[in-house]
Design a protein around this ligand. Sequence first.
Ligand code: CTP
Ligand code: CA
Length: 238
Amino acid sequence: DQAAGRSQLLQGRRVVITAGGTREPLDPVRFLGNKSSGKQGVALAESALAAGAEVILIHAHMDVAPPRDAKQHSVDTALELRAATLSAAAGADVVIMAAAVADFRPSTVSTGKIKKRDDVADPVIKLVRNPDILVELVAHRAAQNLSQLIVGFAAETGDDEHDARSYAEAKLARKGCDLLVVNEVGPGETGQEKVFGRDGNQVEILSRDGAGPVQAAGSKRQVADAVVRVIAERLGAT
Ligand code: CTP
Ligand code: CA
């Protein structure tokens, strides 16, 4: 039956999805965070569940509740997200990195609350690089010879030299994932934030094999459904 077939695009597939924004501690009460709401990752989880997948949602900080039908791991930092994701990816057909992973973390975490004092200079925060989980997933897939589809997300801004699309294409090549879902961030025409925390989204899904980009716009759920369709096509083709 056609309709049932279409609604079960990911039947029997194990899909790992990361969502939300990591938080990197500075001291017991403070962290470096980012604006990710987790909405797009949760929409992806809902969409993959509706398509019949078994979903493992690994989420850092989110403004929204995770879907009940997904298996869940809650994490705070990029290093925790990495450990949970690499472990879950071992048995996954698809890994979707929708989380906003901090590129850097404070090089040391103060055990006591950092205090402001008039007799010492204001503190300077030293940062160190976090590992790139997406790049590690791609390397792990190659080393283990896994048949696995790996999907990245990118929020890009254009500048005077290059537009958002060309930065995204370079990122796709650098990361080595199969698909990169790209949205342009920053102030929209009305000066309002275009993506973070909003209910709608507009993306381009780029493929490493050079297949033409797929455009998707609408609610985050509609965008998620489009991503799931592209993923299902890819799985069907391999
Ligand atoms: N990502 C990751 N590990 C990191 C940073 C990012 O797995 N330490 C993943 C994100 O989840 C996303 C993709 O990589 O799927 C692209 O993230 P993005 O921040 O756009 O890329 P970066 O390589 O960090 O480049 P930029 O300097 O533009 O932030
Ligand atoms: Ca980054």
